[in-house]
Design a protein around this ligand. Sequence first.
Ligand code: BES
Ligand code: ZN
Ligand code: ZN
Length: 486
Amino acid sequence: MSIKITTKTPSSPFTRTDLLIIFGEEGRKVKLPKGVSIPANAIESFTGREGEVHITDALKGAAKRVLLLGLGKGRAISGELLRRSAAIAVKKAQETGCRSASAWVNLSCGRRATEFGQALAEGLIMGSYRLSEFKSTSQPAGLKRISLYAEKLFNAGVRRGHAIADANLLARRLQDTPANLMRPRDLVREARRLASASPRISCRVHDEKAMARMSMGSLLSVSRGSSEPAYLIHLVYRPSGKPGKKICLVGKGLTFDSGGISLKSPAKMHEMKYDMSGGAAVLGVFHALAELHPDAEVHGLVPASENLPDGKANKPGDLVKACNGLTIEVLNTDAEGRLILADALAYAAKKIKPDAMIDLATLTGAVVVALGHELSGVMGNSRNLLDELVACGESTGEQVWPLPILPFHKQEMKGSVGDLRNISGPETGAGSCTGGAFLSYFVDDIPWAHIDIAGSAWGASDRDYQGGRAGTGVGVRLLVNYLESC
Ligand code: BES
Ligand code: ZN
Ligand code: ZN
């Protein structure tokens, strides 16, 4: 459950709160709500420099404590800075055992009130995320409500930010849930839940029989070693009016990746519950669509599967056939993400025929080496689409960085026995590019982008609105931003 945000104007009566959060600009005198006072030296020593944090007991008034948070020079304040600052404030409130908090926003934001309202709400909600549902002992109650005192112009942004941050939290909850509780069938349940909560969203689930009828031999091969059946989830959001563009999102939903017969080493294998992060992001996006009602028609495909070794599992050297007719030599059973995406992308290109498609996948360890945990790699066949996604990354803070798919990367993925092989030769390197090159054989001529989120989906350093050991929900805010521009 996320916290509740109530919007008020700075002239509304200031009501009782455990913590009053004040965002201060450098060089501008701090204003406090009527009746609240704090020690004079706390105000005098606060300069408003970016990153400055003071917390002090109030002398009198409706707030118990006051948190002063510096944003730096007014002109330089960005949405991302506000998002991060709001998250820092909320984390402080949680650490100090507050049940309620009030944020007092008195910024010179001009025409950016909507953007700022959205960023504040996103930071407040994302910063509050905690995973406690699996502990047997009861956890501290945590923050329940926040009152946001800001000009009315902020309200529309706050509502949007709330919906988008709730969607981010949904993705993170799915990611963080252990793999024995988040199996392919559990992703199906979550997708159906989204559809039943909104008249604009429908959900169709293809089971293994249906996928066999559609000749999805590549997707089906990955879960053969698992007792959990695979599914292909197909969500559709339809706007109420005449739809704008038709966009298809595809998210890798590998609920556990042991590597299969090409077994991973044990050190970090437990982290492979996060191999469904692309699927989690797609489900998160649909949660937001139900609230935001953009004009685009949006399809969401989540191939959901588990990669385990047993007597029936894919063996290195096996040959499988995708639904577009291409045969694939499975030289490494750990390169399974591309096998499930191959059929999902080919299905999208053939049956959905979108104006553009974007897949998100924790596809390669190589992208973690190339870009670390704060960036996702993006590649594809359309310069326009890549440029649009890079711009969305800049405005949301979920940055994506272009990587190439060159003809020789594609050549590398040609097989000797079959049409393709699922890994490149050992001397090639560029594992993220060759992963993307493999996928490019399944998209026909549809404008397509592949976002490798293996680094950004979890494992980021513990900072403000994301990180620590948990999932980040990466992709949700980026894609919602993209869809709203379609
Ligand atoms: N799910 C992994 C990618 C991954 C690795 C994500 C580490 C996050 C951290 C994927 O299925 C995989 O195992 N890829 C292989 C591909 C290789 C065999 C060509 C990899 O990256 O090692
Ligand atoms: Zn793998
Ligand atoms: Zn994987």
